[in-house]
Design a protein around this ligand. Structure first.
Ligand code: ZN
Ligand code: ZN
Length: 192
């Protein structure tokens, strides 16, 4: 599995993560919330794609600048793309295998925090956006969000978690899935 680099950027003092998957045949950027020049400074191969976990402003605020600089295609779930008015994108589908830059990523539609939230499964690791957060889960008290849906989505991703699965999440450090299972009170019990 390719190396996944975390880049924490600041949106007016509010921290949000981007990731770069350093794949065999190119780099893949995941989310672009702010500070596009900081994200682009970590790129060291041609950018094969820009993947978006969900359409909230803290994850797409710098998307158009990053797209302009790289010329890379944008992949996003249509429900969030339509909501936030992102145009010219490749629509992500639940269950599809994305083959990009010599890496395979499985796409899981994991709504709840937003209607078009997705999780990218990279081997045993997952890039989860705001589905899971340190000791918590994504907010469900905002427009388009639903606690019932996020619980269904958690029940979809958690059976794939292994002892050493890492969760690359939208805010905060890279998480150990097994630590979250032990300590995160918002995760449904008895799944992993
Ligand atoms: Zn969000
Ligand atoms: Zn967020």
């Amino acid at each position: 599995m390719s190396d996944i680099e975390q880049i924490t950027v600041s949106m007016n003092g509010f921290e949000v993560n981007s990731y770069i998957i350093h794949a065999p045949e190119g780099d893949v950027i995941v989310d672009a919330g702010a500070e596009p020049e900081k994200i682009l400074s970590r790129v060291h191969q041609p950018v094969a794609a820009i993947l978006i976990t969900h359409g909230h402003g803290d994850h797409v605020g710098a998307l158009e600048e990053v797209r302009r600089e790289t010329g890379a295609p944008v992949y996003m779930h249509p429900l969030d793309a339509e909501n936030v008015g992102v145009r010219d994108y490749e629509p992500l589908e639940d269950g599809e295998d994305l083959l990009i830059a010599g890496e395979t990523l499985k796409v899981l539609h994991t709504p709840g925090h937003s209607p078009g939230s997705v999780t990218f499964v990279a081997g045993k690791d997952q890039i989860a956006g705001d589905l899971v957060l340190p000791g918590s889960v994504g907010r469900t008290d905002i427009a388009g969000a639903s606690w019932e849906e996020i619980e269904v989505s958690l029940r979809k991703v958690m059976p794939l978690w292994k002892e050493d699965t890492r969760l690359f999440v939208g805010h905060g450090p890279v998480l150990s899935a097994s630590e979250e299972v032990k300590t995160n009170p918002y995760l449904p019990p008895g799944i992993t």
